[in-house]
Design a protein around this ligand. Structure first.
Ligand code: ADP
Length: 193
């Protein structure tokens, strides 16, 4: 099963992705986690991404596309994967299409976690207090929400147009969101692990 999870920052993509990984035995491909690991390890990509991420801006498309391209070819992603945080721009979505075309494995479904800007803001400020993520500072959050509307919503519309998009109310409690996602996946015929 190959799934993309879309939604604004703070929508709960990471939380739901982890549930799906456990339930369906597929790989979680989180560009945010991969980039944070690169920053922590001080790799060339990490050095390039650090300040961009702290400001709440987007890492260049070619950088994230290369990361995902490598990751998607790893053995654990062969059974399927959940992409969380990618694609975030139309060029990223086009690059993903090309990669999946090449291996002859289209996406099964694109899940959109729907959350208002107010709830997103509230959750990210809460997370800042709890985890201290540098991009959860108010100015960075503002950038992330603005870029989501400007650059990622066109990606949502692209998947809506090709019929792969399923919307889920992300403002419900975690278990209810998980249940709705499970139902959506059952509808597209996803086999449970
Ligand atoms: P959130 O979904 O809460 O914004 P993520 O962990 O997905 O958090 O991403 C954190 C940051 O990592 C983003 O603000 C951005 O700087 C960078 N990033 C993650 N994924 C991408 C991507 N696909 N394209 C560009 N930048 C990305």
């Amino acid at each position: 099963m190959r799934v993309v999870l879309l939604g604004p920052p703070g929508a709960g993509k990471g939380t739901q992705a982890k549930e799906l990984v456990a339930r369906y035995e597929i790989a979680q491909l989180s560009t945010g986690d991969m980039l944070r690991a690169a920053v922590a390890a001080g790799t060339p990509i990490g050095l390039k991404a650090k300040d961009i991420m702290a400001r709440g801006e987007l890492v260049p498309d070619d950088v994230v596309v290369a990361i995902v391209g490598d990751r998607i070819e790893q053995p654990d992603a062969r059974r399927g994967f959940i992409l969380d945080g990618f694609p975030r721009t139309v060029p990223q979505a086009e690059a993903l299409d090309a990669m999946l075309d090449e291996i002859g494995k289209p996406l099964d479904v694109v899940l959109l976690l729907q959350v208002s800007d107010e709830v997103s803001l509230e959750r990210l400020l809460g997370r800042r207090a709890a985890e201290g993520r540098s991009d959860d500072a108010p100015e960075a959050i503002e950038n992330r929400l603005r870029l989501y509307h400007e650059l990622t919503e066109p990606v949502v519309e692209r998947y809506r147009a090709n019929g792969t998009l399923v919307g889920v109310d992300g403002e419900q409690p975690v278990e209810d969101v998980a249940r709705e996602i499970e139902d959506a996946l059952a509808q597209v015929g996803a086999p449970q692990a």
